[in-house]
Ligand binder design. Structure first.
Ligand SMILES: C=C1C[C@]23C[C@H]1CC[C@H]2[C@@]12CCC[C@@](C)(C(=O)O1)[C@H]2[C@@H]3C(=O)O
Ligand SMILES: O=C(O)CCC(=O)C(=O)O
Ligand SMILES: [Fe+2]
Length: 340
């Protein structure tokens, strides 16, 4: 079994918390999904004046610009990434085909407590008292056939092939970005060997946010930081927001660009020079939102340690596996839990 799956298996979440509801039967917001304060307000859109930078991967200054974006935002749009359009479009078609299935069919792949893969609510659901306007499907370690077979016993191959092809493309970008980031941090060759190796920890998360009758009181995906080095996100509609200096900033999609953001592992490794941005998703009233998030992390027994030896280490060393355990229990307090 995949080692990342094993790491999550060691920290099961309760089944009761991961059963999704059927959104098509909700003409109004049910109480279970109604968050007390208005979640967002259209007047709050600061994105016209302030937003994450757009970086061209072919720009000779890309490495410097990426480092700057990781310091200031922990996020950027990435254009000229070289991913063939048909690979992304075919993966997106499969993602839409999956979520448009009847609920009973998707439920056949319902995530069991001892696995992080399959269909269901977000893993972070137990930390919030209200439910999210959201459905997800998680693929761990590149292979979706185990879960896809439960949904389509005979017709799973196209789905698996297209997701695998998409993941390969994500992988090469993640390797490149990580090399650049670690070089900026002056991390030793020895500590960088895992980049490009076969045992990196990866996950592909397919996300669906149905149209919502009252988006101002609903939450698509509640605020969180990601457990990754980088997360690479593809989405064609609005809804993502990043928290910066006390404000939620909308991140509107940019044509043919990916959204890249840093996760907790980059924050630790950079000794807090780079951020791991708090982000959330709000649903739209008239547009469904689909997204694909690729999570990239070192092998599960890799030790994450702060790199900057000229200043005091702000975090203690942790293995990837150990941090997954901490995050499953402490959630938003995980980074302060390992702070020195
Ligand atoms: C490899 C990962 C990263 C996971 C857990 C596991 C599989 C699915 C990822 C997400 C996807 C949705 C948000 C999040 C917060 C969640 O609940 O599940 C993510 C989480 C994390 O970044 O911790
Ligand atoms: O749907 C999105 O844009 C964000 C998804 C996300 O934050 C995640 O999967 O961790
Ligand atoms: Fe996320």
């Amino acid at each position: 079994m995949n080692t990342l799956n094993e790491a999550y298996k060691a920290h099961p979440i309760t089944l009761g918390d991961i059963i999704p509801i059927d959104f098509s039967s909700s003409p109004s917001l049910p109480d279970s999904h109604s968050w007390s304060e208005p979640v967002h307000d259209d007047d709050d859109d600061f994105s016209a004046t302030s937003s994450i930078p757009i970086i061209d991967l072919k720009d000779p200054n890309a490495q410097k610009l990426i480092a700057l974006a990781c310091e200031n935002w922990g996020a950027f749009h990435l254009k000229n990434h070289g991913i063939p359009l048909d690979v992304t479009e075919e993966a997106e078609q499969e993602l839409q085909r999956l979520f448009s299935l009847p609920a009973e069919q998707k439920m056949k792949a319902l995530r069991s407590p001892d696995s992080a893969s399959g269909y269901g609510n977000a893993r972070i659901s137990p930390f919030f008292s209200k439910a999210m306007w959201y459905e997800g499907f998680t693929i761990i370690g590149g292979s979706s056939s185990h879960d896809a077979k439960k949904i389509w016993p005979h017709d799973y191959q196209t789905f698996c092939d297209r997701m695998e092809k998409y993941e390969k493309q994500m992988r090469s970008i993640a390797d490149r970005l990580t090399d650049m980031m670690m070089e900026v941090l002056g991390i030793s060759e020895e500590k960088r060997k895992w980049v490009g190796a076969s045992d990196v920890s990866t996950a592909l998360q397919l996300n669906f946010y149905p149209c919502c009758p009252e988006p101002n009181r609903a939450m698509g995906l509640a605020p969180h930081t990601d457990t990754s080095i980088f997360t690479i996100l593809h989405a064609k509609s609005s809804g993502l927001q990043i928290f910066k200096e006390g404000k939620w900033i909308h991140v509107h999609p940019h044509p043919n660009a990916l959204i890249v953001h840093t996760g907790d592992f980059t924050r630790i490794m950079s000794n807090a020079r780079f951020c791991s941005p708090l982000h959330r998703v709000v649903p739209n009233q008239d547009t469904e939102r689909y997204s694909m998030a690729y999570f990239y992390s070192p092998p599960t027994d890799y030790v994450i340690s702060p790199s900057d030896l000229n200043s005091v280490a702000r975090f203690r060393d942790v293995t990837v596996k150990e941090y997954i355990g901490i995050k499953s229990q402490k959630f938003a307090d995980s980074l302060s839990f390992i702070s020195t």
